[in-house]
Design a protein around this ligand. Structure first.
Ligand code: CA
Length: 232
């Protein structure tokens, strides 16, 4: 099954047979693949090409994987990096993460696991949409689609979740009810537009009232907004 649109993966690995094998496998999975066999070439390609994720070996000629990773991060290149660590313990996984890698996999690895990790990295990096949304002590996690007020897990329906996510992506801004209706219920929705108000009521009942808060507010005639009372 191909992912659409194809993500472009850079493999930086000096063992050519391994690099070629991984490249063939990723291509078969629907990815586009670029290969570099040494650290400096890898660094150049990571900088200049339109790369969505990097599989980076540590022991490389020219420049080792740690340095490549560190250099990219120092330059502000945030492309997700999966580092390949050796099992001999000489190179530490903690060190891989320290230099700014997003994940690591120790050799020898299963190709299936590699692909799963790459997909997870790509999902997390899409527009930074995987980052938790936090307003005061209210937190929404787009990966697990869970909502917490402080330590309390709050159970939301799919619509409630999507409505809250729209509000939390634009904290403090007044969002037009018609926009919310189109974003959450779709442009073709033909039911009562007051459904937005009804669901905002559900959210207030779950997120605000039990905690003595008033974060979700309606600005009369304008729309709705979410903000923390703590910050006014
Ligand atoms: Ca190597």
């Amino acid at each position: 099954m191909a992912d659409a649109p194809e993500a472009r993966i850079l493999i930086v690995e000096d063992e050519e047979a391994l690099a070629d094998g991984v490249a063939r496998g990723l291509t078969a999975e629907g990815f586009e693949v670029a290969i570099a066999h040494d650290g400096l070439t890898g660094l150049e390609q990571a900088r200049s090409e339109d790369i969505d994720a990097i599989v980076l070996d540590i022991m490389l000629p020219g420049m080792n994987g740690y340095r490549v990773c560190q250099t990219l991060r120092d330059e502000g290149v945030g492309t997700p990096i999966l580092m390949l660590t050796a099992k001999d313990g000489e190179y530490d996984e903690a060190e891989a993460l320290d230099t700014g890698a997003d994940d690591f996999l120790s050799k020898p690895f299963s190709f299936v696991v590699l692909v799963a990790r790459i997909r997870a990295l790509l999902r997390r990096s899409t527009d930074g949409r995987g980052q938790p949304l936090v307003i005061g002590d209210l937190m929404l996690d787009p990966i697990s689609r869970t909502c917490h007020r402080g330590e309390t897990l709050i159970s939301l329906t799919t619509r409630e979740y999507e409505l809250l996510e729209r509000l939390m992506r634009r904290p403090g801004q007044v969002i037009d009810k018609q926009d919310l209706l189109e974003q959450v219920w779709g442009e073709d929705f033909e039911g009562d537009p007051n459904v937005v108000e009804v669901y905002l009521g559900y959210l207030r009942r779950k997120l605000d009232r039990p905690f003595g808060r008033n974060d979700i507010r309606t600005v009369r005639g304008a729309g709705d907004r979410i903000g923390s009372e703590d910050r006014g």
